[in-house]
Design a protein around this ligand. Structure first.
Ligand code: GFB
Length: 312
């Protein structure tokens, strides 16, 4: 990736996109293009074509997606499959047709079978049924990586695909209905501590295992692979270690300083029992995660407190 190249980060307001913009600027890339949804609607092909024709970026990070936690995925399936397919079709095809040199597609670890052997290797893709709570999003993300591979095969388009594990960090979504577990726990414990509540409800049984990677680690991997990886095979991006939801909740409770009880609401779904990624392929490319979970949660909670204090 040429440092003078024009780099479009699609989805720059989101958790991943904002981290990639931060990391690009910190690495001295000056020519970073971003567009608000009001200016470029990625679900509208003509809007996307107008942007690519006018701006002619050299590189694209496709971090834009309709994302959400287990409840949002499970209750809004049509939105999750339609919006993500539309974004992928529009951006990947328009990027190719407007001469983009290289595109990086961000997928998700939910593309793998519900009961894949652990840790999950890239070749386990499509070897078994998906997790029902997010199969809609998963199918859209599988279509995205297949689009990238088909454009490489048929047109020689240098599109690469990264499959990140569950991510967290500054810029995350803290809405309790649509967020992922880690930001939800930070907010729940924070508000319970301030209000003096005696209990915090955790969804599910607390037994599922999840792997969490700080989004700044992901951004570092994304830039490294944009500079050095030029193959069609997908690449897992993970932390290489997982924790149970119960352990996670106890860690967040301690960091936030809440002293009440955890109660587990088994009326909410557990989702996939485990989805630890095998990151051997990424390690072989010279990358390894740097931000340990406890340190990452503490930094994210500090950021959350600054944001909520500023919002008052
Ligand atoms: O992070 P999460 O919503 O998504 O849920 P997934 C992870 C686990 O945390 C589930 C439990 O077992 C939840 O039941 N959990 C406990 C909670 N308390 C809470 C809470 O207050 N909020 C939330 N959200 N969960 C997502 C997919 O699956 O993984 C997305 O739905 C995406 O599409 C993402 O792929 C990476 O990890 O289960």
């Amino acid at each position: 990736m040429d440092s003078r190249g024009r780099i479009f980060v699609a989805g720059h307001r989101g958790l991943v996109g904002s981290a990639i913009v931060r990391a690009l600027r910190a690495a001295g890339f000056e020519n970073v293009l971003t567009r608000a949804r009001a200016d470029v609607d990625l679900c509208d092909r003509s809007s996307v074509d107008r942007f690519f024709a006018a701006e002619r970026p050299d590189y694209v990070f496709l971090a834009a997606a309709k994302v959400g936690g287990i409840l949002a995925n499970n209750t809004r399936p049509a939105e999750f499959i339609y919006d993500n397919l539309a974004i992928e079709l529009n951006v990947i095809d328009s990027a190719y047709r407007h001469g983009v040199a290289k595109l990086q597609f961000l997928g998700s670890s939910c593309i793998y079978p519900k009961l894949a052997p652990q840790p999950i290797r890239e070749e386990y893709l499509l070897t078994g049924p998906l997790e029902p709570t997010n199969e809609w999003y998963a199918i859209a993300k599988i279509a995205g990586l297949k689009l990238c591979q088909s454009y490489r095969l048929q047109y020689g388009f240098n599109a690469i695909s990264l499959m990140p594990t569950n991510l967290y960090g500054p810029g995350d979504n803290f809405d309790l209905q649509s967020s992922h577990v880690l930001p939800a726990l930070i907010r729940k414990f924070h508000e319970a501590r301030l209000s003096g509540a005696r209990q915090v409800a955790i969804w599910g049984t607390g037994s599922p295992m999840r792997e969490f990677l700080h989004v700044d680690d992901l951004a570092d991997a994304a830039i490294r692979l944009m500079q050095s990886y030029n193959e069609g095979e997908i690449v897992n991006v993970g932390a290489g270690v997982d924790v149970s939801i119960r352990e996670l909740a106890e860690t967040v409770r301690e960091i936030v300083g809440f002293e009440g009880e955890l109660i587990f609401d088994s009326s909410k779904p557990d989702g996939t029992p485990r989805k630890l990624l095998d990151i051997s392929r990424l390690r072989a490319l010279g990358w390894s995660p740097k931000i340990a979970l406890r340190e990452g949660i503490a930094r994210t909670y500090e950021w959350y407190c600054e944001q909520t204090a500023a919002a008052v």
